[in-house]
Design a protein around this ligand. Structure first.
Ligand code: ADP
Ligand code: MG
Length: 617
């Protein structure tokens, strides 16, 4: 590339630092992270972070840690200068956040830095000023013990980098994330964060639980469950979200390896795998897990900003985490159905063998999901009928069978389904089922009893049916005997116009008459006759409310609202046949266990659990 080759030179330190800074310091967030880690390594009990203009103008970190004497303070800015490791053996067993000795050198190469530091034994503090890697100026000053570093005008001498920075707000958010992680991983430390003069976070020393509440709030904390498993050389503890508490983004996922925040696709996947089939598509579980492991068994020196780590035995950790999360979900009754036995409760290794897991949680729903959508409500009367599909009944019958025969029966059910034979006598007249308070359906299963919430169960059925309709776009409208003319408010009318095609896809046949008037001529067969107009109005109302939240998927939102509004309510009477029909249809859905809004549909109380509660074991 270069035509006239120059002789090789060792780059001057300030230039080498500037180049190295490109790796370590990518944005203001990186500066905050490095400085926070230094304060933590220095044993600080109280840390204050002050930023201005998203950290572009100023980042200042003040701690009450060990401080440095004058010699150390000057050396701290040299490249590869660190007090944390001395030999190769030390590198194999890192117990501090820093060890490369390049953060301060890098920061000082690309910003204007002032360090003030004092050990408690010293009279005065050492002050060091460095401008973009230039010669340091050293002076003395009075100051309480600890260290304060201020970093001004980051990248002032690297215009390309400075241009690359995002808006103040965006940079602020990155920094906030870093502070939040530090606050979560170090509840025993007081942390204050001030941005443009405003106190954003101010947390006192606490235990993990109180710190979680400080950061996430009571309400969100209420959706979390504690989990813990300690062993040598690996321990895991922390919180996971209840499946009903799914998040729309992956943002609420925290992994701390020996208290260092890391990102690990493998470990995250281990957590996800335990939630499989318990959450709606597109939702992610919350988790905050501390993994503590002998530092000799991990390598944290594999990523420029130490965001990743390499484990000696990744597979074992994967299994450990995934079993632990499963155990936690099942013992907290968060998994609606598991065939666990009394040993399974205490031994994570025994839970969820493939045999137990696959046919029940995965097999049925998925195997049957492609079947045609059926009518559950009598089109003529709008009443729920006993006309339940053969396949569903077969499947529900399978539910009453032993786990050993599950797979076989499943195959059979699928065959029966294909042949369009009649309803299985097993569920027709066989096992008893009970209606509880016109709200829940109780079904005995081999290992205990299953409790189904009739409203959310029907909601799930309707939702999947609606989504299928959207995809197939063949609205099965039921003609109204007497078309209904409705006068809407101008706002509702224009909203209806906007959503007209979706309503059509749902199965509503509605003519826009002009002058804010619509004529309802047909409705989906699930809608109870007489309720058509009411449901349209409720849908418009609910939609308006939801519209406040930007980024909603109109069609999916409508499908969910429709399913909720059209579903059987708690308190509605159901006869035996209707309940069996509902169960049959429920277990044909892709996700029988959570309603479209994430509420549980089915809970199982195992005999083992009952035995335990009655003190039989
Ligand atoms: P590293 O953290 O990898 O050792 P740094 O460049 O971040 O490298 O810091 C260099 C050295 O400066 C550290 O090893 C530590 O001895 C000292 N130091 C940095 N920040 C502080 C602080 N806040 N309090 C006390 N000592 C510090
Ligand atoms: Mg450091």
């Amino acid at each position: 590339m270069i035509s006239t080759r120059r002789p090789i030179q060792v780059l001057p330190e300030h230039l080498a630092n500037k180049i190295a800074a490109g790796e370590v310091i990518q944005r203001p967030e990186s500066v905050v992270k490095e400085l926070l880690e230094n304060s933590l390594d220095a044993g600080a009990k109280e840390i204050t972070v002050v930023i201005e203009e998203g950290g572009k103008k100023l980042i200042q970190v003040v701690d009450d840690g060990s401080g440095m004497d004058e010699v150390d303070a000057a050396n701290a800015f040299l490249r590869h200068s660190t007090s944390k490791i001395a030999t190769y053996e030390d590198l194999e067993e890192i117990r501090t956040y820093g060890f490369r000795g390049e953060a301060l050198a890098s920061i000082a190469a690309v910003a204007q830095v002032t360090l003030k530091t004092r050990r408690s034994d010293d009279e005065v503090a050492t002050v060091i000023q460095i401008d973009g890697g230039a010669e340091p100026r050293i002076s003395k000053e009075g100051k309480e013990p600890g260290t304060s570093i201020s970093v001004q005008n980051l990248f002032f001498n690297v215009p390309a980098r400075r241009k690359f920075l995002k808006s103040d707000n965006a940079e602020f958010r990155h920094i906030y994330d870093v502070i939040q992680r530090a606050a979560l991983s170090h509840p025993e430390i007081a942390l204050q964060f001030v941005s443009n003069g405003e106190i954003i976070l101010d947390v006192r020393p606490a235990g993990l639980q109180d710190r979680m509440v400080d950061i996430f709030g009571e309400r969100q904390f209420g959706g979390m469950v504690w989990l813990e498993e300690r062993s040598d050389p690996l321990s895991v503890h922390g919180y996971i979200g209840k499946p009903t508490f799914g998040q729309k983004t992956r943002l609420n996922q925290y992994l701390f390896l020996n208290r260092r925040y890391i990102v690990s696709r493998q470990i995250s996947h281990a957590v996800f795998s335990a939630y499989e089939h318990l959450m709606i598509k597109g939702a992610f579980p919350f988790f905050l897990l501390f993994i503590d492991i002998d530092p000799r068994r991990v390598d944290v020196n594999v990523h420029p900003s130490k965001l990743e780590a390499k484990f000696d035995d990744e597979q074992n950790i994967y299994r450990f985490v995934s079993n632990l999360v499963r155990k936690c979900l099942s013992t907290n009754d968060l998994i609606p159905a598991t065939s666990m036995d009394s040993t399974g409760l205490n031994n994570i290794g025994l839970l969820f063998t493939d045999r137990q897991h696959t046919p029940f949680l995965g097999g049925w729903g998925e195997g049957m999901a492609d079947q045609a959508v059926r009518t559950f409500v009598d089109p003529a009367t709008g009443e729920i009928t006993g006309n339940h599909p053969a396949g569903g009944a077969q499947l529900a019958a399978t539910l009453l069978a032993s786990p050993e025969s599950l797979e076989r029966e499943f195959d059979q059910a699928a065959r029966v389904e294909q042949q369009e034979t009649q309803v299985s006598p097993n569920l027709e007249s066989g096992m008893p089922i009970w209606h509880l308070h016109d709200k829940y359906i109780l079904v005995p299963v081999r290992e205990g009893v299953m409790v189904v919430d009739q409203h959310v169960a029907h909601e799930r059925v309707l939702y999947e049916r609606t989504v299928a309709r959207f995809e197939a776009s063949r609205p099965p409208a039921q003609q109204l005997l007497f078309p209904q003319t409705v006068q809407l408010s101008p706002a509702d009318y224009s909203l209806f116009e906007e959503l007209h095609t979706y309503f059509q896809q749902l199965g509503f046949e509605v003519k826009l008459f002009g002058k804010n008037t619509i004529v309802v001529e047909g409705a989906p067969p699930d809608v109870k006759s007489g309720n058509e107009v009411k449901i349209i109005e409720e849908l418009l109302g609910a939609y308006k409310e939801r519209q406040q939240h930007p980024g909603i998927d109109a069609r999916d939102a409508l499908a969910k609202m429709y399913s909720c509004k059209a579903a059987i309510k708690a308190g509605d009477k159901m006869n035996d046949q209707e309940m069996r029909a509902l169960l049959g249809q429920l277990f044909e859905t892709k996700m029988p266990y959570v309603c479209p809004h994430g509420r549980p549909v089915v809970l199982k109380v195992s005999i083992a659990e009952l035995d335990r509660r009655f003190g039989r074991t």
